[in-house]
Design a protein. Structure first.
Length: 233
């Protein structure tokens, strides 16, 4: 999983396949499920990905892991996004977030709630997600989670760019600044896909003002960025 999260998908899949072989030899259902779940992360064949997740779900129900089921729901949400079905993706992310909330797993819940926003953005209904994205940003800061703060700022910028290009530029710049400081790249499956189009849209709207607003956003304290996000329409 570490290799996959760092962007080394091929290495991640190789390790996961090795782990799966060992786990099947030992009939270790928990490790079989984990290896299958890791293999699903970067599986390009959506039919095969669904098969992997279905086997994960069967095993998780067999040995009883609600947290694991939440992650399978979450990963299915991305499958629906790639199948260009944002409504089903939103419903699936909502189910995952609800389960994580019931389990008291705040980080996982915030992560899934942010991707409810991504599903709404994908359906051209981003404005509906604003309250949830603002709340998720505040909670991500409280959790001291740079990855989720970056994700929230990018989603808010993508929604705000047509409403307030100055605010969107500053929020996006702050996200980029945190990502650079942390040595972290936004997830190319979701928030990473929105960075370039949001920046291009903001540049087109602001013209010569863009660079100055970007610099202002980059140098803002995180508390200022949160306050700006909460003030936006």
């Amino acid at each position: 999983m570490s290799a996959s999260n760092l962007g080394y998908a091929e290495a991640g899949r190789a390790y996961a396949n090795q782990a799966l072989t060992l786990a099947r030899d030992q009939q270790d259902k928990r490790q079989i499920e984990w290896a299958l779940r890791v293999l699903s992360f970067d599986e390009p064949d959506l039919v095969e990905r669904r098969r992997l997740l279905d086997e994960c779900e069967r095993l998780l129900r067999e040995f009883g892991s609600d947290a694991g089921l939440g992650w399978v729901m979450y990963l299915r949400g991305f499958t629906f996004i790639q199948e260009q079905d944002p409504d089903r993706a939103r419903e699936t992310f909502e189910a995952a977030a609800g389960l994580f909330r019931r389990l008291g797993r705040r980080w996982e819940a915030v992560n899934a709630e942010l991707d409810i926003g991504y599903a709404l953005i994908s359906a051209d209904r981003g404005v509906e997600a604003l309250p949830l994205m603002k709340a998720a940003l505040v909670e991500a800061v409280d959790l001291d989670s740079p990855t989720e703060v970056i994700k929230a700022l990018i989603f808010l910028a993508a929604i705000e760019v047509e409403l307030d290009a100055v605010a969107a530029t500053r929020l996006l710049a702050k996200a980029r600044s945190i990502a650079d400081e942390e040595g972290f790249e936004p997830d190319p499956r979701s928030e990473g896909r929105l960075v370039e189009p949001t920046e291009l849209s903001a540049r087109a709207r602001l013209g010569e003002r863009f660079d100055a607003e970007w610099e202002t956003g980059s140098s803002m304290a995180l508390e200022e960025a949160v306050a700006l996000a909460r003030e936006t329409a």
